[in-house]
Each structure stands twice: as C-alpha cells, then as structure tokens.
Design a protein around this ligand. Sequence first.
Ligand code: KDG
Ligand code: MG
Length: 401
Amino acid sequence: MIIESAEVVVTSPDRNFVTLRVTTDDGLVGLGDATLNGREQSVVAYLAEHVAPLLIGRDAHRIEDTWQFLYRGAYWRRGPVTMAAIAAVDVALWDIKAQAAGMPLYQLLGGASRSGLLAYGHASGPDLPSLFEEIRRLRGDGYRAIRVQTSVPGLDKIYGISTGHYEPAGRVPAPVEEDWDSRSYLRHMPGVFEAVRAEFGPELPLLHDVHHRLTPIQAARLGKALEPYDLFWLEDCTPAEDQEALRLVRQHTTTPLAIGEVFNTVHDYRTLIADRLIDYVRSAVTHTGGITHLKRILEYAGQYGIRSGIHGPTDISPVGMAASLHLGLALHNFGIQEYMKHGARTDEVFQQSFTFVDGLLHPGSQPGLGVRLDLSSAKKYPYQTAYLPINRLKDGTVHDW
Ligand code: KDG
Ligand code: MG
C-alpha cells in the first residue's frame, strides 16, 4: 500500500484548522490534524515543503518506521511545529491502516477498555449567577464533569471567560491583551469553588485551569486552599517548561495536578512522571507526535499511577479529537477527555462519527478514524489570520499565558 499523495488542507470554518490528507495507491484516504493554534501556517510550510514530498512512494503500513524517519531523520528534533507535523502523518497512517483492516482504529490499539469516555466541558462566567447558569446548561447537555473559570474582581479581561462558545484565538491581526494579577486571583478563587460546591454538591467532578500563571509557592497555596472543594484536577498551575516547580507544589498540597498541553515529547514529562509530580497527562495527540508517541507517554505514565487527560479544546480539529477518542478508549489508564463542541460550519467540513451520549464520548464503529473531510466545504472557508491573546500584569509586564 503505497502513498501516492499527501496534501495539506487549510480551512477556517469556525476557526483555522490544518489537515494532512494522505492518499494511497489503492484509494484509501487518511486524515491527520496538524493545527497549532495561532501559528498554523508554520506547520503548513513544514508539512508542505519538507514532509509531504518525502511521503510519496513510502509504504503506508510502516507507521513506526515513518515516525522514526521523520523524528530522527530531521536531525532537528522535538518542538511544537515538528511534532504537530509528525502527528498529522502518524494519525493519517493509523487511519489508513485501520480502514485497510476494516476496523475502527481503537481495535488496532488493543480494543476497547471501557464502554465510553468520561468528558469534561467548560463553564465560565463573569460572576457566580452566570457561572452557575453555564454549569446547569452543561449538565443539561449531559456533561458529568465541569471545568470552572470565572472573572477576578479588578481585572477586565482574563483567560477562559466567555458565555456560550469558548474560543481563545481571535480572528485579529495582532494578539489581544488581557490583564492579570495573581494576588487578586488567589484571594478570589477559593470562594468561587466554595460557592460552586454549595450549589452543586460534593459529587460533581470540578476542574480548574490556571494557565501557567503562578509561581510555585503561589500554586502551592492555591492547591492547599482548594483542598476542601475536592478538585478533580488543578491544571497548568505553573509555567510548564519548569518541571521542578511542581515538586514544590506537590510538597504542599494533595490537590491532583495536571499539565502538558504545551508539551510535545516524553522528555517534557520525564521528571514529572518518574518522580510522581503529576496525576494527569494533558498532551494532545495533535501536538505530541500523534498516536504512536502519545501512547508511549501514557503507557509509561500508567506505570506510575498517572492517567490521561487528553487536551481537547476547539483548536483540536474533529480529526484530532477522533484520534484522542480511539486512543482513550483503548488505554488502560484513561482518566478524562476534554470535550468542547465545534461549531456547525466545522461539523459541515469534518463529517464525524463519534458520539456524546449521557456525558460519555465514543469514537464510533466506522473503519479508521471515522472522520471524512468534505473538500468542497473546506474550500468555502479560507485561512484567516488569528492569534491567541497575550497577558500583561497591571504595570504592563508581559506575563505567562
Ligand atoms: O491553543 C490554546 C488553547 O487550546 C488553550 O488555551 C486551551 O488551556 C486550554 C485548555 O485547557 O483547553
Ligand atoms: Mg489548559
């Protein structure tokens, strides 16, 4: 089964998506997601200029060899652009292999370990009444676990707050600037979780994302202050590249910790996993070298009692989401899957077969990934410049985002 073409498709139905479309000589089409939020065109160039030409004529079945060829063979290893490009090739080849086998992809990864995947949705609001309303709306949609974000008094515009649809990347010519003050945030958050617990009771799993904004000692204080509210996890509490920071946080709190949406290889996790400094691995299939590499990371993590929390915001395309679901269904140490619904235009471009019923996701039973890319719909929505926001302290200093 020989690769005949590898085409990069860029489309922006509700936001930008980069998809690799690999075709074999026997007519199978495999899809891989390579969307890197706010930096999409860098992966487009990497794939189109450096990777796609090397795929032509290769045996589509040789997934491991192709992965090593692209990773070791480039000499310049790791990094989000390289690993998103490798991920797209890897997922497209898994899609093809599973279609050739006539099976849903999870069957090739070991088969189902469970009947469905627990998913969490995003609730946010500028104040408690609107936050509660959002939580109720998500509960009504079936979600059994909820991420809670809210405004902080004195700050105008902060990460993760929107009503209805959440989309951090704006279609703007330059990044929007948001505000931050860690002391105000630290004073405010425990009261928010106290109120949410009082309203919704002890059972509902609650998650919170700090988005890399605290120092280790501030994060330790927050984790400790939130212990009475029994969080499912506290995410990205410190800047992610500093693995040692979480050692200090861990010494002070039993609140479970999750990190990794900006990581791209197992080496980013080495200390975190071996020294048991985290509880959940947050990497996306799309940004971590595909199913082949994320599966390795997660199986390694599983030996230390660490579970998956695969990244699934709207910037993971339906192709990336389907890949996460097949992997999550097969993994023994699955934890939870982030799931934010895409917009109607995205669903028109990417025809999906995964389901969300009673709060549980399932990748479906179609051979392969179960996603079809409608090229004529994709063409209707050309790329639009978009950036993630940046974050400044009150004195104007650029802060972590
Ligand atoms: O591209 C960045 C977003 O995916 C990120 O801001 C979302 O933090 C995020 C999350 O946990 O989903
Ligand atoms: Mg996050």
